[in-house]
Design a protein around this ligand. Structure first.
Ligand SMILES: NC(=O)c1ccc[n+]([C@@H]2O[C@H](COP(=O)([O-])OP(=O)(O)OC[C@H]3O[C@@H](n4cnc5c(N)ncnc54)[C@H](OP(=O)(O)O)[C@@H]3O)[C@@H](O)[C@H]2O)c1
Length: 304
């Protein structure tokens, strides 16, 4: 948890009793926790001291160790994914029954813990832009946590995908059927030469002015441009703004409906979770230092 506002040096591991689950709750023994950019941003700027110490983490995978009253369909020993939950940076975690999805047996613990948050955000961006077979989709930040989910899900919908990245990720993206293009000066011209017939959909998963400007220049229909990161410009540009924040569509129903689909696709191997690094829970600060670089490929995972 974050014991203070500021950088990752404020993270602490604290011992406390999780207790027994109440009505509609279950306890899980956590085996993998997805690290997300939000986890490092939520305590970065000074806020209400009453929120400290602040539990962190919204997704985890683990084994059910206790089942509360009024919970049907789950038993001790079941392997599950919990999302959206809070305080997921933990060895034992109390979750509400509605946060659970069955973990596919074929999926490893790190991959299961890191599947849902970025998967659901990517799913929402494709649903909201009505991405479908035959579309040409430009994905800004294609090799990040959300990006690698978005490009695979877009390919599964039958779209052609062009993804912006730094060149070290070119081969990874090509292996997923994505055409990589370097971000930075000249991006618009590079995309135009790859897709002279035009781009139907743009997903900004980065939040830079460049991503917004290039998307606006290439995609005629602003309801087919979505950003999950540019909260400053999206409202005045009239593009879709997705997520939690002022003026954004949280897409709770869409994201909840995505969970069984994401589990199914990850379970049958058609959707891969790329885990870049794992860290012991005690080293969560190192994971936050890495995610704060803004240049992480795939996902980071904590292992309690
Ligand atoms: N609204 C929502 O629902 C929601 C949900 C999840 C995440 N987010 C936000 O979305 C953003 C991305 O999340 P994430 O989990 O994918 O982050 P991430 O894993 O840290 O990935 C960041 C990606 O951005 C790329 N990148 C960095 N600078 C870039 C630039 N100037 N132009 C193009 N790409 C650039 C990096 O590529 P290289 O390594 O190749 O440089 C990296 O692949 C974060 O701001 C996060 O807070 C929002």
């Amino acid at each position: 948890m974050a014991a203070g506002y500021g950088g990752p040096e404020n993270l602490r591991v604290e011992e406390f009793e999780v207790g027994e689950p109440g009505s509609g709750q279950l306890r899980i023994s956590v085996r993998g926790v997805g690290v997300n950019a939000y986890d490092a941003k939520v305590y970065a700027t000074p806020g209400d001291p009453a929120r400290l110490p602040m539990p962190l983490g919204s997704e985890a995978a683990g084994v059910i160790t206790a089942v509360g009253r009024d919970v049907a369909g789950w038993s001790e020993g079941d392997e599950v994914i919990a999302f959206r939950t809070s305080g997921a940076y933990a060895s034992d975690l109390m979750v509400a029954v509605h946060a659970l999805t069955a973990k596919p047996p074929s999926l490893g613990w790190p991959e299961a813990g890191a599947l849902m948050l970025t998967g659901a955000a990517a799913w929402h961006s494709l649903e909201s832009t009505r991405t479908r077979e035959g579309d040409t989709v430009l994905v800004h930040g294609a090799a990040g946590g959300v990006g690698l989910m978005a490009v695979q899900l877009a390919r599964l919908r039958g779209a052609r995908v062009i993804g912006t990245t730094s060149p070290r990720n070119d081969d990874l993206l090509r292996g997923l059927g994505v055409e990589p293009v370097a971000y930075g000066d000249g991006l618009l011209e590079r995309v135009r030469s790859l897709a002279p017939e035009g781009v139907d959909v743009a997903l900004d998963l980065v939040g830079t002015d460049e991503a917004m400007d290039v998307s606006l220049a290439l995609v005629a229909d602003r309801m087919r441009i979505a950003t999950i990161a540019n909260f400053a410009r999206a409202p005045r540009e009239g593009v879709l703004l997705l997520g939690n924040g002022p003026g954004a569509d949280p897409g709770v129903e869409v994201r909840d409906a995505a969970r069984p689909e994401l589990a199914r696709l990850a379970g049958d191997g058609s959707l891969r979770v790329f885990v870049r690094s794992t860290y012991p829970l005690d080293d969560a600060a190192d994971a936050h230092r890495q995610i704060l670089t803004g240049h992480t490929t795939g996902k980071l995972v904590l292992l309690p």
